[in-house]
Every structure is written in structure tokens, then in C-alpha cells.
Design a protein around this ligand. Structure first.
Ligand code: F6R
Length: 607
């Protein structure tokens, strides 16, 4: 996720900005930049290398400007490049801006400004902000910021400087993190406390919709209507290491907790009124009509997201959909042609097998749509169309928010395509759309049940092996839950389609074996209940996951974790959460290296 820093002080700003960006490196980035105001003009330093490279740019080390802003960019709109790196400036070079978040209505704002004769230097959504400041500014900086932010839709944390105000930094926040640090003869801003704690532990929090006017000796926070607000500073107790993880012990836990926001960002940034808009994709109603098969290709958890996608796409589009492991697909002479839509799923966008399979599908004439988290990655570049998941950088090796946002894009795509193809009754598709928008809140509720799940993981201890069973999308979740548990806790587990148990595996069920029964699929609940009875009769201990209101399961399972009711096609998004937490706690109790499990890499760039 992008990181921003800002400094208004009486000494050279570059030292804090440089160190602050270093501290924010853990958030992941592809380029970095700093703007310093010196003698009424901006000096801008940018790099597509590491933050360290800023130091080597001519003039940086001697730049004594005492006002400045800095940024580490995680590309969303526009590939990683010097032009797209922040800070961005207005055409008249009066304003420089750093931004974390996504401006959802940037395309229409950009068109408006271009029609007025403004020319843009980057492909970013952010550049509309300095250009709008230029348009609205009439000498009152905070007023101009207020007018501009009123026109922005989406999320932002902003650091703004203006050549007319050599000691003033303006900050604004709406759904993206921003903190103000109160120092001696210098006040600072940053995306998180990591960049601040080595300077000061005294911080001010600003809320969504608020702006702040920051000088070396004063900070004034304003509400959206311009009223000056009283704010009492807080004292941060964290050290740098704790701050990087947002106070959580591990990145994985932090990322589990980021899921409501990541899903919301992924979904809401594509919605205009009730329309779903995928910017810049070539696929449309006409080309979709020519598709007679969908082939989903991915590895690991992304493959499990694809399995959920199969159920969702077949139900909504009535197009036969296959899911393949990329490592199998690439070597099996697949039947794919120009009537096949290939959907490639990858968090990193660099997985070697997935990339090779993509190329194979393309060679055979298929249109490739990829669902990727990393902008400008190899898979994104090689695809005909890309829909990005806006999960932000994922640092823990085991994916959580990457997987959840992949599911969200698949749901969005299903609704978008079903509306165009008319393959589902409109009432049904609109009900699915409405429920999709409620997912972030419901995911949050599941995360709040963490103490119950922690207890269940503790009780289960360190079994030799356990089983996950489910049907339909519950089966797809069983596979993901089992993978999560194996990879980080090193506990062996098997995921089984519940109906398959009696074809062999049930011989492994014995007294004391733990079976985790995923029961969210209400249509098949009675079938699953029979499977639960079968394993109970052979002495298994059953932990079930069911939707709220399903009390029938309590008679059979020793323990039940409840998730909120949702649309049947969306339940995987809620059901997976308890088992991310379960795997996390099982790994914690087993003393495993949670963020970096043995033998695993975050990005598998070799075959
Ligand atoms: C499991 C996990 C992996 C990845 C797989 C594909 O937690 O993270 O199974 O899902 O290696 O990676 P991407 O999505 O980067 O292609």
C-alpha cells in the first residue's frame, strides 16, 4: 500500500522524509519520490528503484528545503514509472501532492480538466488533485483543498504543499490512513506510526472528511464544513517493529484484519450508482456472446478462488467453466480456442506456471482476462484484459486478503457479465449485487468472532491429521482452509468433497479424529449432515461452520462456528475467514514462523 510522509519544520525536511519513507518500505512499493519546497519552487526527486536511490539523485543531499512531502507508490492506475511516481504537481507548478488511496471518479475529472486545456503528465488517478487545486485556488489554500476534496470520490490520504505557503503542509483524509506527529519545531504526517515513532510519540489522529493545516509550530484540524476542531494528542506506546505490523504480532494477522477494507476497495471502486464499471477492458457484451467456455487457470490459493469462481460463473452465466492448476494445464494439450475465455488468477502476477499457462491459452486463440493484485506484473502485461484486486501489498507468505479480493472480483465479473448476457433473472442478479456490497461488513463480523476460533484451535492442539469436508463452494473453501492450515502450522490435513468420503477416505476416520464440516451451503445441508453423522458414528470430533440460525447442526457437532447469512454464491467469502484465523492460531500454538513458513516463497517465479 502506498506510504506518505510530510514535514513542516525549521530544518531540512529531506532527513525526516527519507528516513520516513525507509520506515514505510515494509508496506511494499514500486517507486518513490520526494518534493521539497526551496526558494519558492519545488525540487522533485523520483526513482523506480529503492528509496535509497533518492539519495543519489543530484541535489538531494544538499537540498535544505524545510517543507516537503514524500511517497512510496504501489501502482494502481498506471504502471510503475518515474512519471507515475508521486509527488504529482499542477501544471503551473504551484501545488505538489502525495496521495494514498484510489480516486474512483478520476476519469471524468481528468476529462473535464483536459477539456479546459490542462495537460497531464502521468496515467495516475492522483494527478487530477493538483490540477483541481490549480483550478479552485484563489489565494486561500485550505479553502481550495476543501473544494477539491468535495469533488473526489473514493479514498485518499493527502499531503499537499503550495509554493505560496513556504511553511505550511495540508493534510486531508478519507478512508485511507493518516497520522500527524507533533515534534519540536517540526510537525509531520505519515501513513502510519512506523514513520513517526523515532521522531515523536505524540500524535494527533484525524478522521475521515477532515483536513489539517500544519506549520512548524501549529496544527489545526478542520471538519468537512471548515469548523476548527479541538483535538487532544495521544501518546503512542509502540516501537517501530510493532508499528509496522499495525500492532499485530504478525503480518498475516494484520492482513486478515485488512480484509473488510480490501474487499470494499475492490468492489466499491468499480461501482457507479448500480453500474459495474471495469475501466479499460476490451471484453464487452458482444464479445461475451461469442464465448462458449470459460477456463480458469491458477495455482494454490488462487486456484481455490477459481474453484469458487466455477460455481459462481456456471450459476450466473450458464457457461461451462473449468478450473485448472496452471502446472497441469500447461502440459496437457488443452482444448482452448477463440471461443474460450481464459481467466487467469494471481496475486503476485509473477507465478511462473500461471504465466506459462496464460501464454499457452493465448497461443491457442483464447482471450485472456487476468485477476491480479500487482499492477504492471508479468501476468498483467501478458493479458488481453486485467481486473486488479485492490488488496494492497500482501507481505505474509500465506495469502488471505489476496484470496478474498480475488473472490470479490469473480463475483463482480459474474454480476457484470450476467447483466449483459441476461443469463439470470434480473431480480436474482440484483439480489446478488446487493449482497455483494454487504460483504465487507459481514467479513468484519466474522473476524470479531476471533476469540471463539482461537479457543477452538487451542482445544484441537497439534493433531496428527485432520479433515475438512464440504460440498459445492463449501468444498472449495475446505481446500483453501486445509492449505492454509498445512502451510503455516505444518499440521497435515485433507480436504474432501463430503460425498467422496465413503469412496475410500472414511477408513481414516477413527475415535478422536477431528473433522471440520463446512455447512454454509444450505441447499445441500441435509446431505452434509448425513456425512457428519457418518463420521460421528466412527468416533470423530466435529467442528462445524454454519450460517447463523442453523441450530440443527448443534445436535451433531461438538462445536459450531457461526457466520452471517449471505447469498449462497457468496458464502465462501465469509466461511474462509474462521479458518484463516484457525490456521493462524494453530501455527502460533505450534511455535511456527507464521509470516515465513518453511520452504515457501511469496512469489513462485520458477517452475
Ligand atoms: C497460499 C498461497 C499460494 C499462492 C500461489 C499462487 O497461501 O499464497 O498457494 O496462492 O503460490 O500465487 P499467486 O497468486 O501469486 O499466483
Amino acid at each position: 500500500m502506498c506510504g506518505i510522509v510530510g514535514f513542516a519544520g525549521k530544518s531540512a525536511a529531506k532527513d525526516f522524509l527519507f528516513e520516513g519513507l525507509h520506515r514505510l518500505e515494509y508496506r511494499g512499493y514500486d517507486s518513490a519520490g520526494i518534493a521539497l519546497l526551496n526558494q519558492d519552487k519545488f525540487n522533485i526527486y523520483k526513482t523506480v528503484e529503492r528509496v535509497q536511490a533518492l539519495k543519489a539523485i543530484k541535489g538531494f543531499d544538499n537540498d535544505g528545503g524545510a517543507l516537503g512531502i514524500g511517497h512510496t507508490r504501489w501502482a494502481t492506475h498506471g504502471a510503475p514509472s518515474v512519471e507515475n511516481a508521486h509527488p504529482h504537481t499542477s501544471e503551473n507548478m504551484k501545488f505538489a501532492v502525495v496521495h494514498n488511496g484510489i480516486i474512483e471518479n478520476y476519469a471524468s475529472l481528468k476529462a473535464e480538466l483536459e477539456a479546459e486545456g490542462i495537460s497531464f503528465k502521468s496515467q495516475t488517478d492522483t494527478e487530477v488533485i493538483p490540477q483541481l487545486l490549480q483550478k479552485y485556488y484563489e489565494g486561500n489554500l485550505i479553502e481550495a483543498v476543501r473544494e477539491v476534496t468535495a469533488r473526489l470520490e473514493g479514498s485518499y490520504a493527502l499531503g499537499i504543499i503550495c509554493t505560496d505557503f513556504p511553511d505550511t503542509l495540508v493534510a486531508a483524509k478519507h478512508f485511507s490512513p493518516l497520522i500527524i506527529g507533533l515534534g519540536e519545531d517540526a510537525n509531520i504526517i505519515a501513513s502510519d506510526v512506523t514513520a513517526i515513532v523515532s521522531h515523536t510519540k505524540k500524535v494527533l489522529y484525524i478522521e475521515d472528511g477532515e483536513t489539517a493545516l500544519i506549520t512548524p509550530n501549529s496544527v489545526t484540524v478542520y471538519s468537512a464544513d471548515g469548523t476548527a476542531l479541538e483535538r487532544t494528542p495521544s501518546v503512542v506506546g509502540w516501537d517501530v517493529a510493532a508499528a509496522e505490523k499495525g500492532g499485530y504480532e504478525h503480518f498475516m494477522m494484520k492482513e486478515i484484519h485488512e480484509q473488510p477494507d480490501a474487499v470494499s476497495q475492490t468492489v466499491e471502486s468499480r461501482i457507479r450508482g448500480r453500474e459495474i464499471v471495469f475501466e479499460d477492458i476490451k471484453l464487452n457484451g458482444e464479445s461475451l456472446k461469442n464465448i462458449n467456455r470459460i477456463s480458469i487457470i491458477a495455482c494454490g490459493s488462487a486456484y481455490h478462488a477459481g474453484m469458487v469462481g466455477k460455481y459462481v460463473l456456471e450459476e450466473t452465466l450458464r457457461i461451462p467453466t473449468e478450473v485448472d492448476l496452471a502446472s497441469e494445464f500447461r502440459y496437457r494439450n488443452p482444448i482452448v480456442d477463440e471461443k474460450t475465455l481464459t481467466i487467469v488468477i494471481s496475486q503476485s502476477g509473477e507465478t511462473a506456471d500461471t504465466l506459462a499457462a496464460l501464454k499457452e491459452a493465448k497461443k491457442r486463440g483464447s482471450h485472456v482476462l487476468s485477476i491480479v493484485n500487482v499492477v504492471g506484473s508479468s501476468i498483467a502485461k501478458a493479458s488481453d484484459d486485467v481486473i486488479y484486486t485492490w488488496a494492497g501489498p500482501e507481505i505474509a507468505v500465506a495469502t488471505t486478503k489476496g484470496y478474498s479480493t480475488q473472490l470479490s472480483v469473480l463475483y463482480l465479473f459474474a454480476v457484470w457479465a450476467a447483466r449483459m448476457l441476461g443469463t439470470m433473472e434480473s431480480e436474482k442478479i440484483e439480489a446478488l449485487f446487493d449482497e455483494l456490497r454487504l460483504l465487507p461488513k459481514k467479513i468484519k463480523r466474522v473476524i470479531e468472532a476471533e476469540p471463539i476460533i482461537k479457543q477452538a484451535a487451542k482445544k484441537c492442539g497439534n493433531p496428527h491429521s485432520l479433515f475438512f469436508i464440504g460440498r459445492n463452494t463449501d468444498y472449495a473453501v475446505a481446500l483453501e482452509a486445509s492449505l492454509k492450515l498445512k502451510e503455516i502450522s505444518y499440521i497435515h490435513s485433507e480436504a474432501y468433497a463430503a460425498g467422496e468420503l465413503k469412496h475410500g477416505t472414511i477408513s481414516l476416520i477413527e475415535e478422536g479424529r477431528t473433522v471440520i464440516a463446512l455447512c454454509a451451503c444450505e441447499r445441500l445441508f441435509d446431505k452434509l449432515l448425513s456425512n457428519v453423522k457418518e463420521v460421528r458414528a466412527r468416533g470423530a470430533d466435529v467442528l462445524a461452520c454454519a450460517t447463523e440460525g442453523n441450530t440443527v447442526i448443534e445436535a451433531e457437532a461438538q462445536e459450531v462456528i457461526y457466520i452471517p447469512k449471505t447469498h449462497p454464491l457468496l458464502s465462501a467469502s465469509l466461511e474462509v475467514i474462521p479458518f484463516q484465523l484457525y490456521a493462524y492460531y494453530a501455527a502460533l500454538y505450534n511455535g511456527c514462523d507464521i509470516d515465513k513458513p518453511r520452504n515457501l516463497a511469496k512469489s513462485v517465479t520458477v517452475e
